[in-house]
Write a protein that binds this ligand. Structure first.
Ligand code: TRP
Length: 455
């Protein structure tokens, strides 16, 4: 297997942008605010930040080191480090999870296209009340043909980028668009925090109310931290596999974690003041961002322009994440099965699209999927919880156990330091990888089963 044919990032900046592109997506702007809103606000945010530092960063560095050392996909990496062992199934779980996440993520990503279209045609961007905005949302996502069509378009875009390969496709797209997203986000946030009633929203988001902490809140914060950083399923193993040998893994990894967290926090600062100002409930669920934002565009000078820019960038942020999800799957078929990149991208993208259809129909399109009998939630939300919380958590335990105990700290650290950069605070990182991360995640799962608070 010639490394040259697999592709490589052009350098550290290329990697940071691509990995940040993977991490920064709907997870930050759509999932983080509504999950924080459903889970009591400030206390959730505090737990989330703790998990990013204590679990996210150790898992991230482990994944990157495993990827760079082996230069293989999620399955191949485990096979290279522990040939013939069952550890390859951890990679296999990761591939399945990539499919599982992409199959609902692409549906939400499709919504961003609908909103982009709405902004371009002027339906969104002018003055809208929260009720009008909620009605538009319900109609949009409940239209079966539209939901499926938009999912298809988004999957198609993903396949086209993946087909172009690592540096010409993924890297080129990300480089231009991530900085732009940041600027738009900051402008919207400034508007939001100066709206009447903004303080109440800021207090909800920033002041922890510890009485609101439950097992579900802790699980949601953990799932969100892993989801947002694209961890627990080998995405960072795959991206790390294109990481040049001479670059500094720790610096790159920590930068990605910091950028990702910054964007999530800014998204919260953008959403919560606006939410309280227009009188939407924080626990409104997955529609939160789509309902609240249109009602603040009208209050902005050149609001329709902002609306277009915002949804365009949101769609792009989603695209740089969907490509990382599909890349995990594609890299496996390229490395291990000898498929051409293009074939892998088209075949796997098509299969994933088919799996996405029930999620696309679960937002009002088909009653049975909208309220699953005996479960009470819709199909899409269920996928989000299964793959986006549980599977990533199990993956995170297995990856840290592998890195800390099976492959072992000395080899892990040697792989990180192979570029000639010394690892800062090795004792702390060792403790986090070997003990804190796996035990903390396992405890959360044990409590979930114990108390049966699955969602
Ligand atoms: N992190 C992305 C987001 O926040 C989603 C994502 C992309 C992801 N790749 C992933 C989540 C891999 C988990 C694993 O939008």
């Amino acid at each position: 297997m010639a490394t040259a044919s697999r592709g490589q990032w052009s350098g550290r900046t290329g990697f940071i942008l691509a990995a940040a592109g993977s991490a920064i997506g709907l997870g930050n702007i759509w999932r983080f605010p509504y999950t924080a809103g459903e889970n009591g606000g400030g206390a959730f945010v505090l737990i989330y930040l703790g998990f990013v530092a204590l679990i996210g960063v150790p898992v991230l560095l482990s994944e990157l080191a495993i990827g760079r050392k082996t230069q293989r996909n999620a399955v191949g990496a485990f096979m290279a480090l522990k040939p013939g062992s069952g550890w390859r199934f951890v990679g296999g779980l990761g591939i399945a999870t990539g499919f599982g996440i992409l199959a609902f993520y692409s549906v939400i990503a499709g919504w961003t296209l609908a909103y982009l279209w709405g902004a371009v045609t002027g339906q969104i961007g002018g003055a809208l009340t929260a009720d009008e905005s909620a009605a538009i949302f319900t109609q949009t996502i409940g239209n079966p043909a539209l939901a499926i069509g938009l999912t298809a378009i988004f999957m198609l875009l993903t396949v086209v980028v993946i087909q172009r390969g690592v540096s010409k496709g993924i890297e080129a797209v990300t480089k231009v668009l991530m900085p732009l997203l940041f600027i738009i986000l900051v402008i919207l946030t400034v508007r939001s925090v100066t709206l009447p009633g903004a303080m109440e929203g800021l207090a909800y988001f920033l002041m922890p109310d510890f009485s609101k902490i439950t097992v579900t809140v802790v699980m949601s914060a953990l799932g969100q931290a892993l989801f947002s950083l694209s961890l627990g399923m080998g995405a960072m193993i795959t991206y790390g596999s294109y990481f040049p040998d001479e670059e500094n893994v720790v610096q790159a990894g920590v930068s990605v974690a910091v950028f990702d967290t910054l964007i999530a926090v800014i998204a919260g600062l953008m959403i919560f003041p606006a939410l309280f100002s227009v009188g939407v409930q924080p626990n409104a669920g997955p529609g939160l961002v789509f309902v609240v934002l249109p009602s603040i565009f009208g209050a902005l000078p050149a609001g329709s322009l902002f609306a277009v820019a915002f949804y365009a960038l949101l769609a792009i942020a989603a695209l740089t994440s969907t490509i990382s999800l599909l890349e995990v799957v594609v890299a496996y078929f390229v490395d291990e099965r000898g498929w051409h990149r293009a074939k892998a991208a088209w075949v796997m993208g098509s299969i994933c699209f088919l799996i996405a259809i029930p999620s696309a129909l679960s937002q009002g399109g088909v009653d049975f999927l909208t309220t699953l009998p005996g479960i009470g939630v819709d199909f899409l939300s269920l996928q989000n919880i299964i793959w986006g919380n549980y599977s990533l958590s199990i993956g995170a335990i297995l990856i840290t156990v592998f890195a800390g105990w099976v492959w072992g700290i000395p080899r892990l650290f040697a792989a990180i330091e192979s570029s000639g950069h010394r690892l800062p605070m090795p004792g702390v990182l060792r403790f986090l990888i070997k003990y804190v991360a796996p035990i903390a995640v396992a405890l959360v799962l044990v409590f979930i089963v114990w108390t049966q608070q699955y969602f």
